[in-house]
Design a protein around this ligand. Sequence first.
Ligand SMILES: NC(=O)c1ccc[n+]([C@@H]2O[C@H](COP(=O)([O-])OP(=O)(O)OC[C@H]3O[C@@H](n4cnc5c(N)ncnc54)[C@H](OP(=O)(O)O)[C@@H]3O)[C@@H](O)[C@H]2O)c1
Length: 357
Amino acid sequence: MDKFSAPTWLAPRSVWNSNSTRWTCFIALSIISLALIWNISSPALSPPDDGASADYDKTVLTYIPPLGLGTWQLPKDKAPGIVQRALENGYRHIDAALVYGNEKEVGQGISAAKLPRSSFWVTSKLWNDAHKPAAVRPALETTLHDLGLEYLDLYLMHWPVSFKPGTGSKIVLDNVPILETWWEMESLVRDGLVRQIGVSNFNQAQVEQLLRHARIRPTVHEFETHPFLQQQEFVDWNLEQGLRVIAYSPLGNMNPIYQSSATPLLDDPFLSEMANKKGITVAQLVLAWNMHRGVIVIPKSDHGERVLENFQAQSIVLTEEEVQAISSNDRKTRFSNPTDMWGTGTTLYAGLDGVDW
Ligand SMILES: NC(=O)c1ccc[n+]([C@@H]2O[C@H](COP(=O)([O-])OP(=O)(O)OC[C@H]3O[C@@H](n4cnc5c(N)ncnc54)[C@H](OP(=O)(O)O)[C@@H]3O)[C@@H](O)[C@H]2O)c1
Protein backbone atom coordinates (compact mmCIF):
# COMPACT_ATOMS: atom_id res chain seq x y z
CA MET A 1 0.00 0.00 0.00
CA ASP A 2 1.64 3.37 -1.01
CA LYS A 3 1.25 6.48 1.17
CA PHE A 4 -2.03 7.47 -0.53
CA SER A 5 -3.49 4.01 -0.37
CA ALA A 6 -6.66 3.41 1.59
CA PRO A 7 -8.27 0.19 2.79
CA THR A 8 -10.10 -1.63 0.10
CA TRP A 9 -13.17 -2.08 2.32
CA LEU A 10 -13.77 1.68 1.91
CA ALA A 11 -13.50 1.74 -1.87
CA PRO A 12 -11.84 -0.24 -4.63
CA ARG A 13 -8.06 0.36 -4.92
CA SER A 14 -8.55 1.88 -8.40
CA VAL A 15 -10.59 4.72 -6.88
CA TRP A 16 -7.92 5.63 -4.28
CA ASN A 17 -5.20 5.57 -6.88
CA SER A 18 -6.79 8.25 -9.05
CA ASN A 19 -5.40 11.82 -8.85
CA SER A 20 -8.83 13.41 -8.57
CA THR A 21 -9.65 11.36 -5.49
CA ARG A 22 -6.41 12.37 -3.78
CA TRP A 23 -7.15 16.04 -4.48
CA THR A 24 -10.67 15.64 -3.15
CA CYS A 25 -9.28 14.12 0.07
CA PHE A 26 -6.70 16.91 0.37
CA ILE A 27 -9.36 19.64 -0.02
CA ALA A 28 -11.73 17.95 2.44
CA LEU A 29 -8.96 17.65 5.05
CA SER A 30 -8.07 21.33 4.57
CA ILE A 31 -11.69 22.38 5.11
CA ILE A 32 -11.94 20.28 8.28
CA SER A 33 -8.69 21.83 9.63
CA LEU A 34 -9.90 25.37 8.89
CA ALA A 35 -13.21 24.63 10.61
CA LEU A 36 -11.36 23.38 13.70
CA ILE A 37 -9.14 26.51 13.81
CA TRP A 38 -12.23 28.74 13.40
CA ASN A 39 -13.96 26.99 16.25
CA ILE A 40 -10.99 27.47 18.57
CA SER A 41 -10.85 31.23 17.85
CA SER A 42 -14.58 31.83 18.37
CA PRO A 43 -15.74 33.77 21.49
CA ALA A 44 -16.15 32.07 24.84
CA LEU A 45 -19.88 32.72 24.57
CA SER A 46 -21.51 31.16 21.57
CA PRO A 47 -24.93 31.94 20.15
CA PRO A 48 -27.79 29.61 21.02
CA ASP A 49 -28.22 26.62 18.78
CA ASP A 50 -31.51 27.92 17.43
CA GLY A 51 -30.87 27.27 13.77
CA ALA A 52 -30.48 30.98 13.05
CA SER A 53 -27.72 31.94 10.68
CA ALA A 54 -25.84 35.22 10.53
CA ASP A 55 -28.30 37.45 8.71
CA TYR A 56 -26.38 40.47 9.93
CA ASP A 57 -26.13 42.08 6.50
CA LYS A 58 -29.75 41.54 5.57
CA THR A 59 -31.16 44.03 8.06
CA VAL A 60 -32.33 47.00 6.07
CA LEU A 61 -32.46 50.43 7.65
CA THR A 62 -35.81 52.04 7.11
CA TYR A 63 -36.80 55.66 7.50
CA ILE A 64 -37.08 56.84 11.11
CA PRO A 65 -39.10 60.04 11.62
CA PRO A 66 -36.47 62.59 12.73
CA LEU A 67 -38.54 64.06 15.57
CA GLY A 68 -40.53 61.96 18.00
CA LEU A 69 -42.37 62.39 21.28
CA GLY A 70 -40.59 61.31 24.47
CA THR A 71 -42.87 59.74 27.08
CA TRP A 72 -40.70 59.40 30.18
CA GLN A 73 -42.50 61.14 33.07
CA LEU A 74 -45.56 61.80 30.96
CA PRO A 75 -48.18 61.55 33.73
CA LYS A 76 -50.73 58.77 33.27
CA ASP A 77 -53.68 61.15 33.29
CA LYS A 78 -52.16 63.31 30.56
CA ALA A 79 -50.50 60.67 28.40
CA PRO A 80 -53.52 59.56 26.31
CA GLY A 81 -54.43 63.13 25.35
CA ILE A 82 -50.85 64.30 24.70
CA VAL A 83 -50.01 61.28 22.55
CA GLN A 84 -53.26 61.47 20.59
CA ARG A 85 -52.86 65.22 19.98
CA ALA A 86 -49.22 64.78 18.95
CA LEU A 87 -50.12 62.12 16.39
CA GLU A 88 -53.06 64.13 15.09
CA ASN A 89 -50.73 67.08 14.59
CA GLY A 90 -48.08 65.32 12.59
CA TYR A 91 -45.89 63.37 15.04
CA ARG A 92 -45.11 59.95 13.60
CA HIS A 93 -42.66 58.69 16.21
CA ILE A 94 -43.29 57.77 19.85
CA ASP A 95 -40.49 56.84 22.26
CA ALA A 96 -41.80 54.57 25.03
CA ALA A 97 -40.38 52.14 27.60
CA LEU A 98 -41.80 49.58 29.98
CA VAL A 99 -40.03 51.18 32.93
CA TYR A 100 -41.77 54.53 32.32
CA GLY A 101 -44.88 52.86 33.75
CA ASN A 102 -47.27 54.54 31.31
CA GLU A 103 -47.30 52.30 28.25
CA LYS A 104 -51.02 51.51 28.71
CA GLU A 105 -51.88 55.21 28.65
CA VAL A 106 -49.50 55.90 25.75
CA GLY A 107 -51.22 53.03 23.93
CA GLN A 108 -54.62 54.59 24.56
CA GLY A 109 -53.41 57.77 22.86
CA ILE A 110 -52.03 55.81 19.91
CA SER A 111 -55.28 53.95 19.49
CA ALA A 112 -57.40 57.12 19.76
CA ALA A 113 -55.43 58.76 16.94
CA LYS A 114 -56.70 56.00 14.60
CA LEU A 115 -53.69 56.09 12.26
CA PRO A 116 -52.79 53.17 10.01
CA ARG A 117 -50.13 51.17 11.86
CA SER A 118 -47.62 51.41 9.02
CA SER A 119 -47.69 55.23 9.15
CA PHE A 120 -46.03 55.73 12.54
CA TRP A 121 -42.94 54.55 14.40
CA VAL A 122 -42.94 53.20 17.95
CA THR A 123 -39.84 52.43 20.00
CA SER A 124 -39.87 50.65 23.35
CA LYS A 125 -37.16 49.31 25.61
CA LEU A 126 -36.25 46.14 27.48
CA TRP A 127 -35.74 46.94 31.16
CA ASN A 128 -32.67 45.84 33.09
CA ASP A 129 -34.45 43.20 35.17
CA ALA A 130 -35.44 41.22 32.06
CA HIS A 131 -32.00 40.56 30.56
CA LYS A 132 -32.08 36.82 31.20
CA PRO A 133 -32.96 35.22 27.84
CA ALA A 134 -36.11 33.57 29.25
CA ALA A 135 -37.39 36.96 30.42
CA VAL A 136 -36.91 38.88 27.17
CA ARG A 137 -39.96 37.70 25.24
CA PRO A 138 -42.41 38.02 28.15
CA ALA A 139 -41.20 41.60 28.71
CA LEU A 140 -41.80 42.46 25.07
CA GLU A 141 -45.23 40.80 25.19
CA THR A 142 -46.19 42.99 28.16
CA THR A 143 -45.09 46.08 26.24
CA LEU A 144 -47.00 45.06 23.09
CA HIS A 145 -50.09 44.28 25.14
CA ASP A 146 -49.96 47.58 27.02
CA LEU A 147 -49.29 49.66 23.92
CA GLY A 148 -52.03 47.77 22.06
CA LEU A 149 -49.68 46.97 19.16
CA GLU A 150 -48.88 43.83 17.23
CA TYR A 151 -45.28 44.82 16.62
CA LEU A 152 -42.72 47.48 17.51
CA ASP A 153 -40.66 49.33 14.95
CA LEU A 154 -37.71 49.34 17.32
CA TYR A 155 -36.86 47.51 20.54
CA LEU A 156 -33.86 48.76 22.49
CA MET A 157 -31.79 47.20 25.23
CA HIS A 158 -32.38 50.10 27.62
CA TRP A 159 -29.02 49.83 29.41
CA PRO A 160 -25.99 47.55 29.18
CA VAL A 161 -26.73 46.65 32.80
CA SER A 162 -28.68 43.71 34.20
CA PHE A 163 -30.61 43.61 37.46
CA LYS A 164 -31.69 40.48 39.26
CA PRO A 165 -35.28 39.70 38.33
CA GLY A 166 -37.97 40.19 40.93
CA THR A 167 -35.93 42.47 43.19
CA GLY A 168 -38.45 45.26 42.70
CA SER A 169 -37.32 48.79 43.33
CA LYS A 170 -34.30 47.52 45.30
CA ILE A 171 -31.57 47.52 42.67
CA VAL A 172 -29.47 44.36 42.72
CA LEU A 173 -26.99 44.00 39.89
CA ASP A 174 -26.87 40.76 37.94
CA ASN A 175 -24.22 39.56 35.47
CA VAL A 176 -26.14 38.48 32.38
CA PRO A 177 -23.79 38.99 29.41
CA ILE A 178 -25.05 41.57 26.91
CA LEU A 179 -24.71 39.06 24.07
CA GLU A 180 -27.02 36.53 25.70
CA THR A 181 -29.76 39.14 25.94
CA TRP A 182 -29.05 40.33 22.41
CA TRP A 183 -29.28 36.88 20.83
CA GLU A 184 -32.71 36.49 22.41
CA MET A 185 -33.77 39.92 21.14
CA GLU A 186 -32.78 38.74 17.65
CA SER A 187 -35.42 36.02 17.84
CA LEU A 188 -38.07 38.74 18.28
CA VAL A 189 -37.10 40.18 14.89
CA ARG A 190 -37.22 36.76 13.27
CA ASP A 191 -40.70 36.18 14.67
CA GLY A 192 -41.97 39.53 13.37
CA LEU A 193 -42.66 41.00 16.82
CA VAL A 194 -40.17 43.84 16.35
CA ARG A 195 -38.86 45.29 13.11
CA GLN A 196 -35.47 46.41 14.36
CA ILE A 197 -33.39 46.08 17.50
CA GLY A 198 -30.90 48.49 18.96
CA VAL A 199 -29.17 49.70 22.09
CA SER A 200 -29.20 52.60 24.50
CA ASN A 201 -26.56 53.99 26.84
CA PHE A 202 -23.77 51.74 25.54
CA ASN A 203 -20.13 52.75 25.37
CA GLN A 204 -18.02 52.14 22.27
CA ALA A 205 -16.49 48.86 23.46
CA GLN A 206 -19.95 47.47 24.21
CA VAL A 207 -21.24 48.40 20.75
CA GLU A 208 -18.14 46.87 19.16
CA GLN A 209 -18.73 43.63 21.03
CA LEU A 210 -22.27 43.46 19.65
CA LEU A 211 -21.17 44.30 16.12
CA ARG A 212 -18.66 41.44 16.23
CA HIS A 213 -21.07 38.78 17.40
CA ALA A 214 -24.58 39.90 16.45
CA ARG A 215 -26.41 37.84 13.89
CA ILE A 216 -28.90 40.68 13.41
CA ARG A 217 -27.16 44.01 13.64
CA PRO A 218 -28.24 46.85 15.94
CA THR A 219 -29.62 49.64 13.78
CA VAL A 220 -30.01 52.39 16.37
CA HIS A 221 -28.18 53.77 19.40
CA GLU A 222 -30.17 56.05 21.74
CA PHE A 223 -28.15 58.15 24.19
CA GLU A 224 -28.01 61.56 25.82
CA THR A 225 -26.79 64.28 23.50
CA HIS A 226 -27.56 68.01 23.19
CA PRO A 227 -25.49 71.21 22.85
CA PHE A 228 -24.11 70.83 26.41
CA LEU A 229 -23.05 67.20 25.74
CA GLN A 230 -22.42 67.01 22.02
CA GLN A 231 -20.34 63.80 21.82
CA GLN A 232 -19.66 64.59 18.16
CA GLU A 233 -16.95 61.94 17.80
CA PHE A 234 -19.18 59.27 19.29
CA VAL A 235 -22.12 60.35 17.15
CA ASP A 236 -19.93 60.16 14.02
CA TRP A 237 -18.52 56.79 15.05
CA ASN A 238 -22.01 55.32 15.51
CA LEU A 239 -23.13 56.67 12.15
CA GLU A 240 -20.01 55.19 10.50
CA GLN A 241 -20.92 51.80 11.98
CA GLY A 242 -24.37 52.11 10.40
CA LEU A 243 -26.23 52.90 13.63
CA ARG A 244 -28.69 55.80 13.55
CA VAL A 245 -28.43 58.01 16.62
CA ILE A 246 -31.47 59.03 18.68
CA ALA A 247 -30.80 61.87 21.13
CA TYR A 248 -32.55 61.53 24.44
CA SER A 249 -32.92 64.54 26.73
CA PRO A 250 -32.39 66.70 23.61
CA LEU A 251 -33.41 69.78 25.61
CA GLY A 252 -30.58 69.20 28.07
CA ASN A 253 -31.09 69.52 31.77
CA MET A 254 -34.68 70.73 31.56
CA ASN A 255 -35.93 67.59 33.19
CA PRO A 256 -36.46 68.40 36.91
CA ILE A 257 -35.54 64.83 37.93
CA TYR A 258 -31.88 65.55 37.18
CA GLN A 259 -31.87 68.21 39.93
CA SER A 260 -28.96 69.83 38.18
CA SER A 261 -27.44 73.00 39.54
CA ALA A 262 -26.23 74.09 36.11
CA THR A 263 -28.04 76.83 34.17
CA PRO A 264 -30.77 75.06 32.24
CA LEU A 265 -29.88 74.73 28.60
CA LEU A 266 -33.08 76.53 27.58
CA ASP A 267 -32.03 79.58 29.70
CA ASP A 268 -28.51 79.73 28.31
CA PRO A 269 -27.80 83.39 27.30
CA PHE A 270 -25.75 82.47 24.22
CA LEU A 271 -28.44 80.13 22.85
CA SER A 272 -31.23 82.55 23.83
CA GLU A 273 -29.60 85.37 21.88
CA MET A 274 -29.23 83.23 18.77
CA ALA A 275 -32.83 81.99 19.03
CA ASN A 276 -34.15 85.54 19.53
CA LYS A 277 -32.33 86.74 16.43
CA LYS A 278 -33.97 83.97 14.40
CA GLY A 279 -37.39 84.54 15.91
CA ILE A 280 -37.57 80.98 17.29
CA THR A 281 -37.44 79.43 20.76
CA VAL A 282 -34.29 77.92 22.28
CA ALA A 283 -36.04 74.53 22.35
CA GLN A 284 -36.58 74.76 18.60
CA LEU A 285 -33.00 75.93 18.04
CA VAL A 286 -31.37 73.02 19.87
CA LEU A 287 -33.68 70.44 18.34
CA ALA A 288 -32.93 71.83 14.87
CA TRP A 289 -29.17 71.73 15.64
CA ASN A 290 -29.29 68.02 16.48
CA MET A 291 -31.37 67.19 13.40
CA HIS A 292 -28.97 69.25 11.26
CA ARG A 293 -26.17 66.83 12.21
CA GLY A 294 -28.32 63.81 11.37
CA VAL A 295 -29.43 63.00 14.90
CA ILE A 296 -33.05 62.07 15.65
CA VAL A 297 -34.65 63.90 18.61
CA ILE A 298 -37.40 62.81 21.02
CA PRO A 299 -38.31 65.78 23.28
CA LYS A 300 -40.93 65.17 25.97
CA SER A 301 -43.52 67.65 27.11
CA ASP A 302 -46.85 67.30 28.83
CA HIS A 303 -47.92 70.74 27.63
CA GLY A 304 -49.80 70.57 24.34
CA GLU A 305 -48.49 73.91 23.06
CA ARG A 306 -44.86 72.89 23.71
CA VAL A 307 -45.41 69.58 21.95
CA LEU A 308 -46.45 71.54 18.86
CA GLU A 309 -43.66 74.10 19.30
CA ASN A 310 -41.07 71.33 19.40
CA PHE A 311 -42.50 69.68 16.29
CA GLN A 312 -42.04 72.88 14.30
CA ALA A 313 -38.27 72.64 14.83
CA GLN A 314 -38.25 70.44 11.75
CA SER A 315 -38.89 73.39 9.45
CA ILE A 316 -36.02 75.51 10.86
CA VAL A 317 -32.96 75.94 8.68
CA LEU A 318 -29.68 76.80 10.39
CA THR A 319 -26.75 78.47 8.65
CA GLU A 320 -23.32 76.86 8.81
CA GLU A 321 -22.16 79.75 11.03
CA GLU A 322 -24.98 79.09 13.51
CA VAL A 323 -24.21 75.38 13.55
CA GLN A 324 -20.51 76.10 14.09
CA ALA A 325 -21.23 78.58 16.88
CA ILE A 326 -23.32 76.01 18.79
CA SER A 327 -20.82 73.24 18.09
CA SER A 328 -17.94 75.26 19.52
CA ASN A 329 -19.77 75.71 22.85
CA ASP A 330 -19.78 72.10 24.02
CA ARG A 331 -19.64 71.85 27.83
CA LYS A 332 -19.30 68.07 27.99
CA THR A 333 -21.85 68.02 30.80
CA ARG A 334 -23.77 64.79 31.31
CA PHE A 335 -27.05 64.96 33.22
CA SER A 336 -28.21 61.36 33.16
CA ASN A 337 -25.74 59.13 34.99
CA PRO A 338 -27.05 56.39 37.33
CA THR A 339 -23.55 55.04 38.06
CA ASP A 340 -23.66 55.83 41.78
CA MET A 341 -27.30 54.85 42.23
CA TRP A 342 -26.78 51.48 40.57
CA GLY A 343 -23.21 50.84 41.72
CA THR A 344 -21.99 49.92 38.24
CA GLY A 345 -18.46 51.20 38.80
CA THR A 346 -16.76 52.72 35.80
CA THR A 347 -18.20 50.61 33.03
CA LEU A 348 -21.10 52.91 32.18
CA TYR A 349 -20.07 55.52 29.58
CA ALA A 350 -16.42 54.44 29.81
CA GLY A 351 -14.34 56.56 27.45
CA LEU A 352 -17.16 58.98 26.68
CA ASP A 353 -17.52 62.70 27.41
CA GLY A 354 -19.07 63.89 30.64
CA VAL A 355 -17.51 61.30 32.96
CA ASP A 356 -14.16 61.19 34.77
CA TRP A 357 -13.29 57.66 33.74
N1 LIG B 1 -32.93 55.66 26.57
C1 LIG B 1 -32.83 56.25 27.74
O1 LIG B 1 -32.16 55.78 28.66
C2 LIG B 1 -33.58 57.54 27.97
C3 LIG B 1 -33.23 58.35 29.06
C4 LIG B 1 -33.91 59.56 29.22
C5 LIG B 1 -34.90 59.91 28.33
N2 LIG B 1 -35.24 59.08 27.29
C6 LIG B 1 -36.30 59.45 26.33
O2 LIG B 1 -36.03 60.75 25.85
C7 LIG B 1 -37.17 61.59 26.08
C8 LIG B 1 -36.75 63.01 26.27
O3 LIG B 1 -35.81 63.12 27.31
P1 LIG B 1 -36.15 63.87 28.71
O4 LIG B 1 -37.58 63.70 29.00
O5 LIG B 1 -35.13 63.42 29.68
O6 LIG B 1 -35.75 65.38 28.45
P2 LIG B 1 -36.12 66.52 27.40
O7 LIG B 1 -37.13 66.09 26.41
O8 LIG B 1 -34.83 67.03 26.90
O9 LIG B 1 -36.73 67.59 28.36
C9 LIG B 1 -38.00 67.43 28.93
C10 LIG B 1 -38.24 68.64 29.80
O10 LIG B 1 -38.26 69.82 28.99
C11 LIG B 1 -39.48 70.53 29.17
N3 LIG B 1 -39.87 71.04 27.83
C12 LIG B 1 -40.24 70.31 26.75
N4 LIG B 1 -40.46 71.11 25.69
C13 LIG B 1 -40.24 72.37 26.11
C14 LIG B 1 -40.31 73.62 25.48
N5 LIG B 1 -40.64 73.75 24.21
N6 LIG B 1 -40.03 74.72 26.22
C15 LIG B 1 -39.68 74.62 27.54
N7 LIG B 1 -39.58 73.44 28.17
C16 LIG B 1 -39.85 72.33 27.47
C17 LIG B 1 -40.46 69.52 29.71
O11 LIG B 1 -41.36 70.15 30.56
P3 LIG B 1 -42.94 69.93 30.41
O12 LIG B 1 -43.19 68.48 30.25
O13 LIG B 1 -43.46 70.49 31.70
O14 LIG B 1 -43.37 70.72 29.23
C18 LIG B 1 -39.55 68.57 30.51
O15 LIG B 1 -39.32 69.09 31.80
C19 LIG B 1 -37.82 60.93 27.29
O16 LIG B 1 -39.14 61.35 27.48
C20 LIG B 1 -37.68 59.47 26.95
O17 LIG B 1 -38.66 59.08 26.02
C21 LIG B 1 -34.57 57.92 27.09
